[in-house]
Design a protein around this ligand. Structure first.
Ligand code: CP
Ligand code: NVA
Length: 296
């Protein structure tokens, strides 16, 4: 590997697991991969198990393609396969998987299960989303912001809506790489955010001056029973043309999948400020860089 930074053998459960220089090293390598300047295959002869307890399009496909491009083999396991914590304990499943594969990517319902998996598996574990964090998404988002603005430092990011896993992971990134994050959310929906450069506001005026307006669904996977209550509470926080007009220079970001007409209007997500498909594409390069640095 050409980079001075290595993540060899490391877990990635939270954005906070990587320090600033490590996050930037992942982004630098991702940029090289995307530009076609780095074409190594550090996963040749290596196997990755991907455990999914929740549905996925971007995460599943981008990891599987990325692993193949790095020379490795991905084994995607759905809800009915491992049944981690159901057919056997999380610890036993971890002790078995480590005998077969070199790394586990896991999208689990409970972050506590992911932590336990990482504690018992003597191989690296990567978080593919839990109810607490979605760190791989945020790597792709940082890459996208840097592509647009040249740097991350001192950028103003306004996250509007539910203080969910995306908001928490963004808050760790803000603290680490030094951009300003304002989370604009109704009372009761604030994230358990990292300190530092995070300001929480209930007032939509806080989008003014933003370089980035980011939103996500109001009802995350697993919260379906609360859908009506959440929709009512979050409705005033829709990202529409009127709101975007208050930050006229801002790009619009969303991790997808979007509920068009709820947290964002078609006009915004399909409009000229939207970079949502760049974010989705960048999942591939950011995760290839991450896995290359962990499994080099
Ligand atoms: N953004 C994201 O993680 O999408 P999927 O749920 O489709 O993987
Ligand atoms: N907050 C959403 C993100 C989906 C990628 C969820 O957890 O369902």
């Amino acid at each position: 590997m050409d980079t001075a930074v290595t993540l060899r053998g490391r877990d990635f459960l939270s954005v906070a697991d990587l320090d600033r220089s490590e996050l930037l090293a992942v982004l630098d390598l991702a940029r090289e991969i995307k530009a076609g300047r780095w074409q190594q295959r550090p996963l040749a002869g290596k196997f990755v198990a991907m455990l999914f307890q929740k549905p996925s399009n971007r995460t599943r496909v981008s990891f599987e393609v990325g692993i193949a491009r790095l020379g490795g083999t991905a084994i995607a396991l759905g809800e009915q396969d491992v049944q981690i914590g159901v057919r056997e304990t999380v610890a036993d499943a971890a002790r078995v998987l480590e005998r077969y594969v070199h790394l586990v990517v896991a999208r689990l319902r409970h972050h506590a299960d992911l932590s336990e998996l990482a504690r018992f598996a003597r191989i690296p574990v990567v978080n593919a989303l839990t109810e607490i964090e979605h760190p791989c998404q945020i790597l792709a988002d940082l890459l996208t912001i840097r592509e647009r603005f040249g740097s991350l430092e001192n950028r103003k990011v306004a996250y509007v809506g539910d203080g969910n896993n995306i908001a928490v992971s963004l808050s760790h990134a803000a603290a680490s790489v030094g951009f300003q994050l304002r989370v604009i959310t109704p009372a009761g929906y604030e994230p358990a955010a990292a300190g530092g450069l995070v300001l929480v506001s209930h007032d939509l005026d806080a989008v003014e001056g933003a370089d980035v307006v980011y939103t996500d669904v109001w009802t995350s996977m697993g919260q379906e029973a609360e859908r009506d209550e959440r929709t009512a509470a979050l409705a005033p926080y829709q990202v529409n043309a009127q709101l975007m007009a208050r930050a006229p220079q801002a790009i619009f970001m969303h991790c997808l999948p979007a509920r068009r007409g709820e947290e964002v209007t078609d006009e915004v997500i399909d409009g000229p400020a939207s970079v949502v498909f760049d974010q989705a594409e960048n999942r591939l390069y950011a995760q290839m860089a991450l896995l290359a640095l962990i499994l080099e």
